[in-house]
Each structure stands twice: as C-alpha cells, then as structure tokens.
Design a protein around this ligand. Structure first.
Ligand code: GLN
Length: 483
C-alpha cells in the first residue's frame, strides 16, 4: 500500500479498494517502524490523522470526491498548525504551538488531506543538508551515510522512503528542488506569490515560496492544486486564476523550445551529472523538443547576492524571537538586555546566528549601499537575464545541483562550501520564477536531478514537461533499498 502515488491513492479511494483510515494506519505504522533510521519527522500527529481520515471517508460516503480527499501528507515544520508544535527545526520554537493554521495547511485540510505529522528541516530553513536542525540530522534513504539535502530534508527523506506519498515544503534558495534531486523525487517551487506565505514561518520573505514534494509530476500537480491561489492575508500573494494542473499534463512537447545555458556546464559540475543531463535532453528531443543554447551572463553573481539578501531579510524576520512573546526564554534573566541576549543565544543554533550577524552587518548604515543595495541590483540583472532568455525559449533546462548528496558532516566546517552547491537553484528565487527538479539518473547509487525553469505562472508547463518525461523514463520509479 505504501508504494502508491497520490494519483493511485485517489483512484483506490474512489473505487473503494481501501479507506483513508486503513491507509493512514498502514503509513503511521510504517513511520513508527522505519523513521528511527531517517529522523524525517519532528512530530507525528496520529490522533489528528485518524480523525481527518475518518472524516474524509465519511465525506466520500456522502458522495464527495477530490484527488486530495483522504490523501495522507505531512507538512514541513514551518507551516503553522493550530494546537500542534511548529518548531521550524529550532530550539527557539520547540515549545511553540501555533494558535492558527497556515493558509496552505487550512486549504489542504479543507480539500480532505490527512496530516500524518510535521517533518524535520534545517533550522529556520537555513541550510542545504538538513544538518542544522535542532532535532538532529536527517539521513538520505538512498544511503544513510549521506545527507538528504535541505532545508526540506525531512519531507524529502520521508517521501523517498515511501513513508507517505507527498509532503509540503518550502524553497527560499532551492530547498524544494535540491532535496528532491538528492532523494530521487519531483519537487516544484512555484512562482513567487502563487502559494500563500501566511502562517509559513519566514526566512527571507522576498524569496520564500511553498510547494509540493512528491515522487511524480502528476502528484506535484495534485498537491499544488490544493496549495495554490490568492490569499488576502498575504500581501505578496497574487490574484491570478489557478489553472487545472492535472488537465495540462498530456500536452505534446512537439516544438517545445528548451534553452540550455552555456554557463551551467562549467568546471564546478560533476561530469557524470553533466552526462545525465545530456541524456535527459536527448530524451526530451525524442519527444519533439527543440534545444537551443542560451546564456545567463549574470549567474556567477547570484550566490554572493543571495547570501547577502537572504541573511538581511532573515536578520529582520528573526528579530521577533526575543524571548518575550513566544518561543524559548532563558532562566532567571537579570534585566531586559540579558533576557534578549541569552534567550536568542540559547535558542538559535550556530548557522542561524551566523546569518543574523551577516544580515545585520549588510543592513547597517555604513555598509547598506556596498552590500545590500549592490545585491539588489544584481538581483535585477539576474531577472533581466531570464526575461531575455524567455523571449527565445519556453523552458530552461540544466542540473539541479553540481554534485550528488554529500556525506553527513562533510561540509559542516565550511559553510561557504555548502553555499556554493546552491548555484543552480537560487537564481529562480532571486527572479521569482517557478522551477522543478525531477529524477534524471544515479551517480554512485545516489540520485541526480534535472531542473526545469519556466516563465512566471507557467507551473503547468513545468509539470507537463516533467510528466511527459516520466511517461518515457523510469528513474522516478526507483525505490531505495530497505524502504
Ligand atoms: N541552501 C539555501 C540556504 O541555506 C536555501 C535554503 C532554502 O531554500 N530554504 O539559504
């Protein structure tokens, strides 16, 4: 039962082959049995899950239908869930029970999805390996000595290990696409503004975007359908109609113009990944796509710009965690300053503290123009590169990451080495564009992802291309041994 995709579950539920309650019990037992190896969950919500499953079964018995009605999922632990711990992977919020549901959580619950639990993540979504979580590192089901990627490593590891069919995640600089690549999943970061950020604990507000992690593009379409749409509670949410994503999956790729940036194939890219990317290009050509070399000349500036802008926004967003209103508070503060200092010093881990310091520095009066303003100008150049490229092509294709998943601990002493691994993903966040990663093969038994980028609000095009690719390849069907 645990091998089923969301689409298969929807059919099985509609055909009354099993109930949501039965499926939920099977998956909860599987999580209890297997998750100790992975550490992909921070909280299990068994009671809620069983109640939601029973309610979904009752709605179906009453004649209701819907692809998510009774479908088991989990939420990355930065989506607020009413009455349930929402930790953001941090000691700071270990005792925080959200007083309300995030819009994404509420929408999915209304569609009948069943929440099995909250998944592990890098602390405040800062990281690429899920090693900065206060709840401990997550292991990659493909090789337990390797990282699953981050920051949505818990969602990725859980779905890859078939503990559940799909999960929510967020992507500020690659945190949906990179863990998807590292664990052989399909993950979609939507256009900025497509999915509400209300109740999604902020890391860098101008870059953060929620999206689906699943095994197939078909499943990402189902989950995105339940997440997307305008929300008046989020001032950056965009009031654009949400298309029927599943309906567009079967469009032919005949004549589709795919741009391949020449900058992507530089010295930093593992040649074995380069070869797999070339194979996926050939596969898409067989389906009728036309390949064109393009250029994204400002790509080389994206990492430094991102690692100024994201920490700058984080330093502002995280100032609310002061030990006064909610979250961790130190014992016996001597005065207000001592309360702030010790609560924040004890509550935040080293990577979060590093970013707060970098961000506060970049925003300080003497350095604002030199760092923050400069980074914003680069951001515009990166966006302009994409706009020019999309005048010539329909999608852009390349690797999701320059290397496969590294060993646990391998980059812990050198944060910049980890930052450099984000080279292919962060440009989409700087520009606000949608991006998808899908399985493209293996290197040393570790999965490799191919990334597709599209113009604003063309999530449907990404899902269409990925679905057609998946109808003709079987990488996405491979299961890690032991799971
Ligand atoms: N690795 C990037 C960072 O650490 C991206 C994280 C994310 O997308 N949340 O900032």
């Amino acid at each position: 039962m645990h091998q089923m995709t969301l689409a298969e579950i929807a059919r099985g539920l509609a055909d009354k082959k099993f109930s949501s309650e039965e499926l939920t019990k099977v998956l909860l037992a599987r999580i209890t049995q297997l998750d100790p190896q992975l550490n992909s969950f921070i909280s299990l919500t068994e009671e809620l899950a069983l109640a939601q499953a029973k309610a979904a079964d009752a709605r179906r018995a009453n004649g209701e239908s819907g692809a998510l009605l009774g479908a088991p999922i989990a939420h990355k632990d930065l989506f607020c869930t009413q009455g349930i711990r929402t930790s953001c992977g941090s000691k700071m919020l270990d005792n925080f029970k959200a007083p309300y549901d995030a819009t994404v959580v509420a929408k999915l619950a209304a569609a009948g999805a069943v929440t099995l639990g909250k998944t592990n993540m890098d602390e405040f979504a800062m990281g690429s390996a899920n090693e900065s979580s206060w709840y401990g590192a997550v292991k990659n089901p493909w090789n337990l000595e390797h990282v699953p990627g981050g920051s949505s490593g818990g969602s990725a590891a859980a779905v890859a290990a078939r503990l559940l069919p799909a999960a929510t995640a967020t992507d500020t600089g690659g945190s949906i696409r990179q863990p998807a690549a590292f664990t052989n999943l399909t993950g979609l970061k939507p256009t900025y503004g497509r999915v509400s950020r209300w109740g999604m604990i902020a890391y860098a507000s101008s870059l953060d975007q929620g999206g689906p992690l699943a095994r197939t593009a078909e499943d990402c379409a189902i989950l995105l359908q339940g997440m997307a749409g305008f929300d008046q509670n989020d001032s950056t949410s965009i009031d654009e109609p949400v298309p029927e994503y599943s309906a567009g999956l079967n469009t032919s790729l005949q004549g589709l113009r795919i741009g391949v940036p020449k900058e992507y194939f530089s010295a930093g890219l593992d040649p074995r990944i380069a070869e797999l990317i070339q194979n996926s290009i050939k596969e898409l050509q067989k389906l009728g796509a036309v390949i064109k070399e393009i250029s994204l000349p400002n790509m080389q500036h994206a990492i430094p710009a991102y690692y100024v802008i994201a920490p700058a926004e984080a330093s502002s967003n995280l100032s609310r965690f002061d030990g006064v209103r909610f979250g961790h508070r130190c014992e016996n503060p001597e005065n207000l300053i001592d309360l702030y200092k010790r609560s924040r010093g004890e509550g935040f881990g080293p990577e979060v503290q590093r970013r707060i310091m970098v961000g506060a520095y970049a925003l300080s009066a003497g350095y604002y123009d030199a760092y923050y303003l400069k980074a914003q100008k680069i951001r515009r150049l990166v966006k302009n590169d994409f706009m020019a490229a999309f005048n010539e092509v329909d999608i852009i294709l390349g690797p999701t990451t320059p290397n496969p998943a590294w060993k646990l601990g391998a980059k812990n002493s050198d944060p910049v080495a980890a930052y450099l691994e984000d080279v292919y993903t962060i440009t989409a966040n700087l520009a606000g564009l949608p991006g998808l990663s899908m399985p493209a093969g293996f290197v040393d038994g570790l999965p490799v992802g191919v990334q597709l980028l599209a113009p604003y609000f063309q999530e449907g095009r990404l899902l269409n291309v990925a679905h057609q690719y998946q109808l003709n390849t079987d990488w996405h069907t491979r299961t890690p041994t032991g799971f």
